[in-house]
Design a protein around this ligand. Structure first.
Ligand SMILES: Cc1cc2nc3c(=O)[nH]c(=O)nc-3n(C[C@H](O)[C@H](O)[C@H](O)COP(=O)(O)OP(=O)(O)OC[C@H]3O[C@@H](n4cnc5c(N)ncnc54)[C@H](O)[C@@H]3O)c2cc1C
Length: 497
């Protein structure tokens, strides 16, 4: 095979995965990264005596990560290890009830029966159906490019297409959950899964009921060393394979000649390449790196996913009633999502997520203390007064935590820093600070995401949370795989076939 020079713009997990796979195939890969470090959103920082994962906190589907190492002929366990977490999440409801979201179907169904008196069969049937939906829809949506004829001609996909009417594509997640679960608290718990790709359960299709399957039937995991170990392991693999990294070197332009990508401009000079893979948000790739090219305006105009406001708190006490993942639900979930997606603001009683890695990684906090990552969903940045919202939301959050845990949390915070949609955009070039690119608030969302290649510019490819198959670590990793497969099967020509 002819060795090609491939340039990757950005070292988010998708860029790292694509880099490893393409280098392992024999290409010569160079990654340009604007930051001084790899990983994009999946990074970490230290504050006082505490370590914090800055972005993602939930790790599902480790097989997708392992697959990157296996494709390179390496043993993933030589690069990172992980543990299964017993509880997917601890839930605190507005009516005062608490629930342990055991990561074991039978145990979870029993917990629901014990706490609320809801027959366990209802939960078991729901999770069985969740598995069916994942097995069917995952075949179509997650593993392949949706924009190549060859995807639609395989036997597996043909079988999956026949089962589409049973997947909940033509209803919303909320309606599907109401019909199948009945109890409003159980509905709220399963509606939450729309937020896993930054969407609204009252608009997003019922096919998202496939997501709980991953947590309850497969499991939730935490890498040893915390989430950042994912970035470190991929970066180490890339280095071992011989990928070249150029940190603190933002790409300023993707060069196009004769309808082909021929390289990039970075570090004040032209850097020729046989193919360019952009892991930068597709919106900014077109606007900033390809300003002279015709952009797919309809695709770029799609609604963005939600963003996040995060308070990283060093807490000088331990809370045994909390675990790794904890959710304090709002009383009015519908109002919360209307705020996020219709009025683009935050309601006074937001759902609060608290992640504490020191529960499993004691070195992440000083003795007797905990590292709290306290997050609420907020709208994408469309120019809201974030300075004011940060102050207001902090008081909403403190009030809610104090009520749920019977504490005075503000007196226990010994160090603090904040991430808001503006800083997410600045740190990773994600348009409007969205966590997952575009939202899935439409039944056609999966088809409307930008493909993993350009149909107008040959040898230009896209990976990462803003393109197919979407955001979140597993899907972003998969986009790296799809790009590598496209380059391998199509050669370096791009274009829709
Ligand atoms: C607060 C938060 C919480 C999240 N929680 C979860 C979770 O629990 N579980 C989960 O699975 N996912 C979660 N996500 C989403 C997840 O982080 C992303 O989907 C995933 O990391 C995908 O990243 P990516 O490959 O698209 O690249 P990104 O992480 O967006 O990185 C893109 C990289 O490209 C670089 N770049 C951009 N433009 C240029 C340029 N012109 N030149 C050079 N470099 C450039 C950026 O500096 C950055 O390093 C969360 C995200 C955030 C922010």
């Amino acid at each position: 095979m002819v060795k090609k020079r491939i340039t990757i713009v950005g070292s988010g997990v998708a860029g790292l995965a694509a880099a490893c796979r393409l280098q392992a195939l024999g290409h010569q890969v160079t990654v340009f990264e604007a930051n001084a470090y790899p990983g994009g959103k999946l990074t970490q920082f230290k504050l006082g005596g505490y370590r914090f994962d800055a972005g993602p906190s939930l790790f599902t589907m480790p097989d997708f990560l392992d697959d990157v190492f296996l494709a390179a002929g390496k043993n993933p366990r030589h690069y990172y290890t992980f543990r299964k977490i017993d509880s997917t999440c601890y839930y605190f409801f507005a009516d005062g009830t608490h629930l342990n979201g055991y990561g074991h179907v039978e145990k979870f169904a029993k917990e629901v029966e014990n706490v609320w008196g809801i027959p366990r069969q209802r939960v078991l049937a729901y999770l069985q159906s969740s598995r069916h939906t994942y097995d069917t829809a995952g075949t179509i949506f997650l593993q392949n490019s949706l924009h190549r004829a060859s995807t639609w001609l395989t036997c597996d996909v043909a079988k999956a297409l026949l089962r589409i009417p049973s997947l909940g594509i033509f209803t919303t997640l909320h309606r599907l959950n109401q019909k199948r679960l009945g109890d409003p608290r159980l509905v709220q718990l399963f509606d939450r899964y729309a937020t896993y790709n930054g969407s609204d359960p009252y608009q997003a299709p019922g096919v998202l009921s496939s997501v709980p399957h991953l947590e309850f039937n497969v499991g939730t995991f935490l890498p040893v060393g915390g989430m950042h170990a994912i970035t470190l392991s991929l970066y180490q693999l890339a280095c071992d394979l011989g990928v070249t990294f150029r940190f603190s070197t933002p790409v300023k332009e993707i060069q196009v000649a004769g309808g082909r990508a021929i390289g990039v401009v970075a570090d004040n000079s032209q850097q020729p390449a046989d193919a360019v893979v952009s892991n930068m948000d597709v919106y900014h790739t077109y606007r900033k790196l390809l300003p002279a090219q015709r952009a797919p305006e309809k695709t770029l105009a799609q609604e963005r996913s939600s963003s996040a406001l995060i308070f990283y708190w060093g807490i000088r006490r331990q809370f045994p009633q909390l675990d790794l993942h904890n959710i304090l639900f709002s009383a009015d979930y519908r109002a919360e999502f209307e705020g996020l997606f219709k009025t683009h603001t935050v309601m006074p009683d937001p759902t609060v997520y608290v992640n504490i890695t020191s529960k499993y990684e004691p070195a992440d906090a000083p003795e007797g203390c905990e590292n709290w990552f306290v997050m609420i969903n907020v709208p994408a940045n469309t120019g809201q007064d974030w300075d004011q919202l940060v102050v207001t939301c902090r008081s909403y959050i403190v009030k809610k935590i104090n009520r749920a845990l019977g504490t005075q949390i503000e007196h226990l915070i010994e160090c603090e820093t904040v991430l808001d949609p503006r800083s997410i955009e600045v740190n990773t070039s994600s348009f409007q600070g969205s966590l997952y690119g575009t939202s899935s608030n439409s039944k056609f969302a999966a088809f409307l995401r930008h493909p993993n290649f350009s149909s107008r510019i040959k040898n230009l490819y896209f990976c990462g949370g803003s393109v197919h198959p979407g955001g979140g670590i597993p899907l972003a990793l998969n986009s790296g795989k799809i790009v590598s497969n496209l380059i391998q099967t199509k050669g370096l020509s791009g274009g829709l076939t």
